[in-house]
Design a protein around this ligand. Structure first.
Ligand SMILES: [Zn+2]
Length: 139
């Protein structure tokens, strides 16, 4: 399985290993393991910092794009109150909406950087092509 497929699955909230959906019990409540292949999503302590970073980058980019477009469209008299309210709504709402996507995207990126190990409990048949090719440097 190529890294492109894994990231594409992550972009649509699916397991990067098997492509299964239903990984979230509620919007922000991710299952501990994939219901189909058994991948344990929290693979190492602090793993979700990468997810948090992706979410932050997407939020910051969205705020900048919306504000730049809004100011350009209303120049020379932009409505600063409307811009502030719109920026605030994006700053608070988008991280919530993007949360599950950032988790599955980060899971895919983590699997690309640190392939599955034999002891991770993933069901046979779902292991990735490039697994077990290099020793892992994780603890
Ligand atoms: Zn899976």
């Amino acid at each position: 399985m190529s890294p492109t497929v894994m990231v594409r699955r992550g972009l649509v909230k699916r397991c990067p290993v098997c492509g299964s959906g239903h990984l979230f019990r509620r919007w922000v409540d991710m299952a501990e393991d994939c219901p189909r292949c058994g991948l344990h999503f929290h693979r190492s302590p602090g793993m979700w910092m990468g997810s948090w970073f992706i979410n932050l980058c997407v939020d910051q980019a969205a705020i900048v794009i919306v504000l730049v477009v809004a100011v350009a469209a209303t120049y020379p008299n932009p409505n600063l109150w409307a811009l502030g309210i719109a920026g605030g709504i994006i700053a608070v709402g988008l991280p919530f909406l993007f949360f599950p996507f950032s988790r599955t995207i980060w899971t895919a990126l983590d699997l690309i950087a640190h392939p599955l190990d034999l002891d991770e409990g993933v069901a046979p048949g779902f292991e990735l092509d490039f697994d077990h090719t290099e020793p892992r440097a994780r603890s």
